[in-house]
Every structure is written in C-alpha cells, then in structure tokens.
Ligand binder design. Structure first.
Ligand code: PLP
Length: 366
C-alpha cells in the first residue's frame, strides 16, 4: 500500500465534471483577469466565512501583506507572530516594511502562547498575527482582550483554518480581518496559487481591492501605487466549485480525526481537542519523542508523513538578523522535534485509515 500525505488527484477525480465545466466556462468567456467568476467566488467565500467581504488575491502570503498595508502598518512598526508557523506569515510583515517579533507557542494548543505576548509588546507594536495552526483556532477572546488593552490590530492568519470556529465564531469575526491561502494542499485549494482576505469594514474592503489591483479606481486611473496581487479568474472558478463541497469535506476530516483520536490516544500525544473549538484538521499532528524513527518506519510501510514545521522560524537562517539562539522559544523548538503530520483528507478510505493506525500501533509494540 502507498498512502501519500495529500492526494490532490483523488480530490479532483471526485468532482471532475463540475471542475472541468467551470474551467471551460472561464475559457469560453475568456475573461481571465478580474472576471465575473472572481466576484462570485468572493461573495460565496465571504458568506461561508460569516464575513462581510472577501477580496481574492494571488496567494496567502500577499494576503497577509495586503491586510497589514490596509491597516497602515509598515516602516517603524513591530508585529507579533508565533515562532511556529510557515514563513509566509512573517515574510509579509517584512514585505510591508515592519519588523517581525517572535513569541513562543503553547504546549497545550500549539498556537501562539498568549501568556507570553504581553512581554513582547513595546511602544512600536502595532499588531498581533495569531496563526490558527493545523486548523484549530487561537483563543480569540484572550487575543482580543490583549489587543484592546494595548490598542493593537489583529490579523488572523487562517491559512490552515477554512470554516474553523472558536465558540461559534470563524476567523475574522472577532478581529475584523483574516487571511487565507488557497494553495493546492490547503483545505480549500486552487489549481495553483491563490489567497484571500476577509474583512468586516467596507473601508477595509475598498482599500484591499485597490491595493491588490495597482491602486486602481478606474481603468488607467490610480489613486496610489498598489500591486498586481490579483487572483486569476480560473482559480476563482475552481475554488467556487470546491467551496460547495467544503462543509462535507471538513466533516469527513473531522470524522477521520475522531477515529485517529480514539485509536491513538495513550500511544502518542493526539491533537488538542476541546468543545469550544471546531477543529478543521488541515493537518492531523501527533507528537512523540520517537518521531524520527516512527517517520522512517511509516515510510517503509508506504505511508508518507510530514513535519509542519521542522525548523522554528526564529532559528532559520532567514531570521538570523534578529539574533535569536536555540533555547529562546523552548516549546516551539521541542515541538519541531516531536511533531508528525499523518495523512488526513476526505478521500482517505477507512481501509487506509486502519492501515495507518495499525502501522503506528505496530511501531510502538516494539
Ligand atoms: C500556506 C500558508 C501561508 C501562505 O500561503 P501561500 O498561499 O503559499 O502564500 C501563510 N501562512 C500559513 C500558516 C500557511 O500555512
């Protein structure tokens, strides 16, 4: 048996007719940039996310940059980010001209350690970017309380967290601004790069729209210099089709997670679950000190796994200029050595799930 970590082909095959038709429609209309299907997807995604607006853009990294720029965050400002996330979160802070400030993550949630944020706040701090890691939201009540007390903006990086909820609220509902990636492997994935920003305020939506499209107010009339950060109409048409299935796919992910939880708890540390959180399991991340040998063992059995992420950001060469050293963020560092993402996707059959469960059990018998 061979089980990949993600199986994009199986997903396509399950909805091939709908996807092919959507692609053909865009080609027939040949409205490839800012076409009708883009507006249609934005409206549907905003609705699905319980937000007033969605502005499609080129990818999830520039989505964060657009959000920062819309809030006026840039040169001379500091932005607080978790040390365990993908570099896309923090690159955008630098692209916007601001400085990245890392904070450790919590051993209970794998999200930013909320109790450590206050110590990282300085007079220059302008925003916090909580990242809803693996599909489980950050405690937004606590983040909002901190942000209010220190007059900070919040941008939620929801690249892992489409349809996720904390106390019934989806990303962006509490803060007014969340960003998404529609990278192919994400829970809602395009056939290439794509991203989006959801927001509450009309004024933010207007600014986001202009920023992503050359600061344009009308054809060849530009209020300011913006960017070409648009989402292709083709990607929007594909995403619109996939969005129709996302609730069902998310429930399927959750059902697999429940089977894994039951079979694997007590053998490895299973993902933190709590009734306040509607976890959407972009990744099912288990934790064990024997991670490397388990990974090798599963590979021999034909099971692909991943590590999200193997190097905490503060230890990357890319951030050497911040002067961090090993030991600065011990929880992120330890997680990086012990976490393992095992396959979880709607098309994963019960037989494949059992094969994975049995392989993990077999490893720990020895
Ligand atoms: C995938 C991802 C991004 C960036 O997404 P791209 O679409 O690849 O640019 C940002 N943040 C996190 C946490 C991600 O996982």
């Amino acid at each position: 048996m061979h089980i990949p970590l993600v199986d994009l082909k199986a997903n396509y095959v399950s909805i091939k007719t709908e996807i092919d038709e959507a692609i053909q429609t865009v080609i027939d209309n040949s409205s490839f940039i800012m076409g009708e299907r883009l507006r249609a997807f934005e409206e549907e995604f905003a609705k699905a996310s319980d937000m007033n607006h969605c502005i499609g853009c080129a990818n999830g990294t520039v989505a964060v940059e657009l959000a920062l720029r819309t809030l006026g965050i840039g040169k001379g400002d500091e932005v607080i980010c978790p040390a365990n996330t993908f570099i896309g979160t923090t690159e955008s802070v630098t692209s916007a001209g601001a400085k990245v400030i890392f904070v450790d993550c919590s051993e209970e949630t794998y999200n930013i350690d909320i109790t450590a944020i206050e110590d990282a706040i300085t007079p220059k701090t302008k925003a916090i970017i909580p990242v809803h890691m693996y599909g489980r939201m950050t405690d937004m009540d606590a983040i909002e309380k901190l942000a209010k007390a220190h007059r900070l903006h919040i941008i939620e990086d929801a690249a892992h967290a489409h349809l996720s909820e904390f106390k019934g609220k989806k990303p962006g509902v509490v803060s007014g601004m969340a960003t998404y990636s529609f990278f192919p492997a994400k829970n809602l994935g395009a056939f290439g790069d794509a991203g989006g920003v959801v927001c509450t305020l009309d004024s933010h939506a207007k600014k986001l729209e202009m920023l992503r499209n050359h600061g344009r107010i009308a054809k060849y009339d530009h209020e300011f210099e913006g960017f070409n950060y648009r989402m292709d109409t083709l990607q929007a048409a594909i995403l619109e089709v996939k969005l129709r299935h996302l609730h069902k796919w998310t429930e399927q992910r959750r059902a697999i997670a429940a089977r894994y939880d039951e079979a694997l708890s007590g053998i490895v540390i299973t993902p933190p679950a709590h009734p306040d959180y509607y976890h959407v399991y972009y990744m099912y991340v288990i934790r064990t000190p024997k991670r490397d040998s388990l990974k090798d063992f599963l590979k021999e059995k034909g099971i692909e796994t991943g590590i999200h992420y193997p190097i905490p950001l503060h230890l990357l060469q890319a951030y050497a200029y911040l002067g961090h050293k090993k030991g600065d963020f011990p929880v992120s560092e330890q997680l990086a050595e012990e976490i393992l993402s095992i396959p979880i996707y709607p098309e994963l059959s019960e037989e494949q799930q059992d094969y994975i469960i049995n392989a993990i059990k077999e490893f720990f018998k020895h």
